[in-house]
Design a protein around this ligand. Sequence first.
Ligand code: PSU
Ligand code: MN
Length: 305
Amino acid sequence: MNQYLDVNPEVAQAVAQGKPVVALESTIISHGMPYPQNVETALQVERIIRENGAVPATIAVLGGRLKAGLTKEEIEYLGKQGQAVTKASRRDLSVLVAQGADGATTVTTTMMIAHMAGIKIFATGGIGGVHRGAETTMDISADLEELGQTDVMVVCAGAKAILDLPLTLEYLETKGVPVLGYQTKELPAFYTRTSGLAVDYQVNSPEELAKVLKTHHTLGLKGGILVANPIPQAYSMDADAINAVIDQAVAEADEKGIHGKQTTPFLLAKVKEITGGDSLEANIQLVFNNAKLAAQTAVAYSALS
Ligand code: PSU
Ligand code: MN
């Protein structure tokens, strides 16, 4: 598999020396946010990771190569391509590599490529999950399967209420994925700090997260760990307002017959459109917050090794 992998030299050196590294996904750039905020955010996230003592590795597929660590130009390219670039999940990888094509990596493929490159911690915004109505559509994100089998710690702000959050937690339980609330007992719901749903464990510091990750490796357990880090209070949105927007977006997706890989990008764009961009600011801030926690955890993990 590694014959298709290009790890950028700075990332490769840090991994070899056991220094802190944080992986970042690229679907959030191409399909999660509009240009130019997507590129500005991606570059700022890399800066935040550096300021907190770790090396950033943004991940993507470019010209059929699995890339761990992008240049500024490559990030700019993916941001400008937007939805024209393939949203690459596990099922897309072989074809994209065989055809020498580009792909923006979701949580799933970012975990896969991070794992190949020896990176143990990954920061993102929100994960995919069990969609509302999945009992008939069977729309369950491949992210949950990947979390069940690839041992990377994923730091997110919970999951958007575009998903069925109780079913998403049930699925994670089935797959044996620990869900850790960062300084909270509740699963945050991306734009808001609360969902009314309990997480498995509350963890209060990067050191504690690092210890759980280290123990997971020592036990030889396969599968990821999900860290749910609530959006900072100052940027959190009004729950009733955002939930009404989400209901409207989900209803519109149903009416239009949106399905498959289009569903999540459609809902993300719709929510942004209806809130007139307010949701975008919240989205950006929570990604910054996750990048900081992931970098601090990578530093603490590195100190344990
Ligand atoms: N949820 C968000 N923002 C995102 C995504 C999910 O709040 O950008 C992206 C991530 O890349 C995630 C993917 O892995 O969407 C999930 O897509 P799907 O539901 O098609 O598996
Ligand atoms: Mn899906």
